[in-house]
Each structure stands twice: as C-alpha cells, then as structure tokens.
Design a protein around this ligand. Structure first.
Ligand code: ZN
Length: 200
C-alpha cells in the first residue's frame, strides 16, 4: 500500500490533519467522507471556510470574534459596561453567554500565561485591558480563566497588576472541574461559579 495518496486527496488529508483535535486517521476519514458527499455539501463547507476568513474579524474593543467591530456585546447599551469579564478565548465568551447569568461586557486575552509554551503577559491583550480601565466607567473585573495551572498563573498576575486600581477584582468561585477548560463546564456549574464569584 502506498504511504500517501496522489495530489488533491492527499492535499485535503494533510489540510485536515493540521487542524486541532484531528489525527491522521480522522483526517483521512473526513477526506473520504467529503469525496463521497454531494457536490452541494462539499461546496457548502468550502464556502463556509472562505466566508469565515472573509467576514469574521476581532472586535477592536474586547477582542471577541465578530462580523462588525465593535461587536454586538460592546455596542449594546443594555449591557452593563461597568463589569468586564476577562476570558482566555472567544469560545469562553460563548460558554459564559450560555449561562445567561452575565450581563456585562468581555475582554478576550487571547490565551493564558504559560512559561512552558513561552507565552508571557506581553503576548496577551493586557495593555488593551488597561486602556479600557482608564475611564471611570469600569467598577468590576471578573477573572474568568480556565481552572488549570495557566489560568491560575494568569489570575495571580492580573490580580496583582489590577490591585492598585480603584476597582473590584473578582474570580470565579471554585467548583469548576480543576485542570479543565471553561468550555467543558456545564451552564449550571459555570453560572453558579459566576454568581458566587469571590474577591481575587
Ligand atoms: Zn467587543
């Protein structure tokens, strides 16, 4: 058996294999699935990929993904702009929105401090966060980072950085599964962690 397919099919397999969470076998399975799928289905997926690259951008204020910047949350006057919930990734915004417990605005850091992966505070959207605090409007910062070592390091760093400022800094209550990602917490657990947040 040949180790690689010819041309287009191998190109597609290699493309899928580079995606997070898909190994070489999964990549092969998806490629062959698409080969036998209808033209419409394959075209629809190709269009979705093109569209996401053309239309989706990052909000100039909070860093969340959006099609118009500022994003719908930042530009919504009904949201409480005095509370900023700091998260690692855009997907965390979605997790917190699903709890329906939070009516403030967000700030997406773009990751967490991780010395093993050479990610330091300078690689995160921290200066942008500090810029947002220059107005008197912000009263509380909720540090909603992943309940793992990197999230913990980031909470420690940010709470020290923010402590001289005249605002309340809180963090999610414990109770989230330790060592995991915010996105894996169910809405009820995450909602409770948000509601029971404590001073950082
Ligand atoms: Zn925004």
């Amino acid at each position: 058996m040949a180790l690689a397919y010819d041309g287009a099919i191998q190109h597609l397999i290699d493309g899928f294999a580079r995606l997070p969470g898909i190994g070489p076998k999964g990549a092969q399975r998806i490629a062959f699935y698409l080969l036998s799928a209808s033209d419409e289905e394959a075209q629809d997926l190709a269009d979705a990929i093109r569209e996401v690259k053309e239309k989706v951008r990052f909000c100039e204020i909070c860093g969340n993904v959006c099609e118009t910047s500022p994003c719908p949350v930042c530009s919504d006057p009904r949201r409480d702009h005095s509370i900023i919930c700091v998260v690692e990734e855009p997907k965390d915004v979605m997790s917190i929105e699903r709890t329906r417990e939070f009516h403030g605005v967000y700030h997406v850091l773009g990751g967490a401090i991780n010395p093993m992966a050479n990610v330091g505070p300078g690689d995160l959207a921290i200066p942008k966060l500090l810029d947002r605090l220059k107005t008197d409007e912000v009263k509380e910062i909720i540090l909603a980072l992943d309940p793992n070592i990197e999230g913990e390091a980031t909470v420690t760093y940010l709470s020290r950085l923010l402590s001289p400022l005249d605002l309340k800094v809180t963090r999610l209550a414990s109770g989230l599964p330790v060592g995991s990602d915010l996105e894996y917490a169910d809405e009820i657990t995450l909602g409770r962690a948000l509601e029971g947040r404590q001073e950082a």
